[in-house]
Design a binder for this molecule. Sequence first.
Ligand SMILES: [Zn+2]
Length: 75
Amino acid sequence: MLCPYCKGEIPDDAKKCMNCGEWVDPAYRKPQNNEQQGCLAGMFELFASVTWFALLLIIAGIAVYLFLDWNGLVN
Ligand SMILES: [Zn+2]
């Protein structure tokens, strides 16, 4: 039969394509998540990392400001 992914010739009872390495048998393939769910999860992860980065920047900014203030460099 032909591999559905790379169209290479593989044995009829093959579970994995030896040409492209894809699992031909659906039972062996990773469960495919809903595309939108995956996208949402990715966006949430990005949002979370951006939020943490912003938080760190703010904390660093406050620390620098306090340090300068403590040294009398800001007013
Ligand atoms: Zn293949």
